[in-house]
Design a protein around this ligand. Structure first.
Ligand code: ADP
Ligand code: MG
Length: 248
């Protein structure tokens, strides 16, 4: 998949982040090769969301470097907008525009940001809605859809910008239990298509089945970086053992 010369799709080197006196990312070093699915686990407050937001430059960092597809993320400006488009992000809350239909939500950024002609954007949006299994909901408004359908629409919307990397921050945490699986299935299909993905989740079944690698964070640090099998059967640190003891 990756060769020695191809840069990591996501690379964080020596990343530190403070909120005031609070040191929330402590010397984070992480390389995600193209096509790899990394699940990030860790207790609440360990810095998982901040890491996602830093990779997407929604959150400035205090030191270190973050690069996507070999390109260091600049601090601001036009280049940032272009690089941010390389990174799709899906949050716990779907954040769809309530007054726009599902297909309009998916078309919006390509038309506004990428200046894609409306007809072409609609065609692509319909293909993406087909891919996430909700093409038949295209002309409805978000409130008319279930939570699972809305989250799949949010995934389609992120994919519409043709990102190189997808970040998921607890994408199923706000869903009713019966809707979790349809979203995880959509993510699994995306992974099978070769998308590079960083997924913060508490869904251990997904971590075991879909992840190539598990990164365990605690207190702003990456404490373990292992295959799912290693992590779940032989966690090395007391912090990981404690975490697994509480959730499994
Ligand atoms: P996680 O996603 O693992 O639950 P977060 O990245 O959200 O953790 O938070 C890491 C730490 O940073 C927590 O102690 C949290 O309270 C703190 N934090 C997060 N966002 C902010 C912010 N905007 N201002 C101040 N502190 C924050
Ligand atoms: Mg979080």
């Amino acid at each position: 998949m990756t060769t020695a010369t191809s840069p990591a799709m996501i690379k964080a080197a020596g990343v530190n982040k403070f909120f005031g006196d609070l040191h929330v990312l402590k010397d984070i070093n992480l390389e995600v090769p193209r096509g790899q699915v990394v699940v990030v686990l860790g207790p609440s407050g360990s810095g998982k969301s901040t890491l996602c937001r830093a990779i997407n430059r929604l959150e400035p960092i205090n030191s270190g470097e973050i690069a996507v597809d070999g390109k260091p993320l600049p601090a601001e400006g036009k280049a940032l907008a272009a690089l941010r488009a390389d990174v799709g992000m899906v949050f716990q809350s779907f954040n769809l525009f309530a007054h726009k239909t599902i297909v309009e939500n998916v078309m919006l950024a390509p038309v506004k940001v990428r200046k894609v002609p409306s007809g072409e954007a609609r065609k692509t949006a319909m293909e993406l809605l087909e891919r996430v299994g909700i093409a038949n909901q295209a002309d409805k408004y978000p409130a008319q859809l279930s939570g699972g359908q809305q989250q799949r629409a949010a995934i389609a919307r992120a994919l519409a910008m043709k990102p190189k990397v997808m970040l998921f921050d607890e994408p199923t945490s706000a869903l009713d239990p019966e809707m979790v699986q349809e979203v995880l299935d959509t993510m699994t299909a995306l992974a099978a298509d070769g998308m590079t993905m960083l997924v913060v989740t508490h869904e251990m079944g997904f971590a075991r089945r879909a992840a190539h690698r598990v990164v365990f964070m605690s207190d702003g640090e990456i404490v373990e970086d292992a295959t799912p099998d290693e992590f779940f059967t032989q966690p090395k640190s007391d912090r990981a053992k404690d975490f697994l003891g509480k959730i499994l």
